[in-house]
Design a binder for this molecule. Structure first.
Ligand code: PLP
Length: 400
């Protein structure tokens, strides 16, 4: 028999769970795009997007795109053909991001940290070796959603400063924004990239780019940018339609408005950060306990380098793939595939999975997922340490 009947839970790191209130806000007739409520909503949306990124003065462009589109928007605005960048790679997303720049004619120097977090000393060294200051920007991923490593962005800024290098700091925070502490202004970020469908709890379809005045100045004269992607036109407009270079993503904006109200007004950003930290700790406590027996391990050994929105793990002999299949079929929970940890044709491909605890997720959902995983491991005969659910419950009990 299956026990999957009931509300399905997509526990993958994006798209994340969409609050009913966000869906409800989108469920309406097409609004007037020339005047009225939607047009008047725009200044508040831009203000709240600045609040999510903890910036007073950055410009914000909203693109009708996913995260990949926002990547290309940044490449196009900030850089010209033949410009050089340094990309600090800590997983699949950093690697693909570097490729997006390379494919646009940008020269890419990569430091691939493999399955380890960014070592700022190596970033500093690479910049110090660039005496002619050819490197225009350092690209760093905050949470790499594939390895589930969380990088210390402030330390990357300090490395750039220590090398006395003028490179811009460009951060992909698609998987961490609204989940993990992030301070655009205080950390000295020049360009920040986000998307709607992860911590921001809105369906996929909006890409966000925050950029400082310094980045704006650096973007003057870029030969890659085309009018639609031009961040000046998309952010420094006065007429509503110009923000989108055409028809606005009407219903997405209503959804985003509701999501930002939930996040900033009702829960509060710092409370959301704290909730994610506690839920992440409960997941780690469970997986650390499971891994005391059998062939189970967290992707990221050091707690301080683990994402607060998603946790990657390994269950040997294809256990992860079998557990994912079991959970979806029998318990109505879809766990994330192990992205970029092994190639799809390698035997170890089925050894990795990810559990999301991202966005509109609370204690009962996270404890529920962990319990389902425990049940699945028992049903499948996957050997694991005992007491994981106790350990997870203890974290929740102590936190509230
Ligand atoms: C999801 C994600 C992306 C890609 O976003 P899409 O909307 O799927 O294009 C890029 N970077 C990170 C860190 C992500 O988590």
């Amino acid at each position: 028999m299956s026990l999957a009947f009931g509300r399905h839970y997509l526990a993958i790191p994006g798209p994340s769970v969409i609050p009913d209130r966000v869906l409800g806000a989108m469920h309406r007739a097409a609004p007037n795009i020339y005047q009225g409520e939607l047009v008047e909503m725009m200044p508040g949306l831009l203000r709240d997007l600045r609040r999510v990124a903890r910036t007073e003065g950055a410009n914000v462009a909203i693109y009708i795109s996913n995260g990949h589109g926002a990547w290309e928007a940044v490449n196009a605005n900030l850089l010209s053909r033949g410009d050089k960048i340094l990309v600090a790679v800590t997983g699949h997303f950093g690697r693909t991001w570097a490729l997006s720049a390379e494919n646009m004619g940008i020269e890419v120097e990569t430091i691939d940290f493999g399955k380890e977090p960014i070592d700022p000393a190596r970033v500093e060294e690479a910049l110090a070796n660039d005496r002619a200051h050819r490197i225009k920007a350092v690209f760093a991923t905050h949470t790499d959603t594939a390895t589930t490593i969380r990088n210390d962005i402030k330390a990357v800024r300090q490395a750039i400063d220590a090398a006395r290098h003028p490179a811009a700091l460009v951060v992909d925070a698609i998987a961490s924004l609204g989940c993990d502490e992030l301070y655009f202004d205080d950390w000295g970020i020049d360009v920040l990239i986000g998307a709607s469908q992860k911590g921001l709890m809105t369906p996929p379809g909006l890409g966000f780019v925050w950029f400082s005045q310094k980045a704006l100045a650096a973007s003057e004269g870029s030969d890659l940018v085309t009018p639609y992607w031009d961040w000046r036109l998309r952010s420094l407009s006065t007429e509503f339609y110009r923000y989108f270079g055409g028809t606005a993503p009407t219903h997405h904006l209503y959804g985003l408005r509701e999501a930002l109200t939930l996040l900033l007004e009702e829960e509060g950003l710092e409370a959301a950060w704290r909730r994610h930290a506690v839920l992440a700790s409960s997941v780690w406590a469970a997986v650390e306990t499971w891994s005391q027996e059998g062939d189970i391990a967290l992707n990221v050994p050091a707690r301080s380098s683990r994402s607060h929105s998603v946790t990657g793990m390994r269950i040997g002999s294809g256990g992860a793939a079998r557990l994912r299949e079991w959970s979806e079929k029998n318990a109505g929970v879809t766990l994330g595939i192990g992205l970029g940890m092994a190639a799809p044709n390698e035997p170890s491909y089925g050894d990795f999975l990810r559990v999301a605890h991202m966005g509109y997720v609370n204690a009962h959902m996270t404890l529920g997922v962990l319990s389902v995983m425990e049940a699945g491991m028992r049903a499948l005969g996957i050997s694991h340490g005992t007491g994981a659910l106790d350990a997870a419950a203890q974290v929740i009990a102590e936190a509230v």
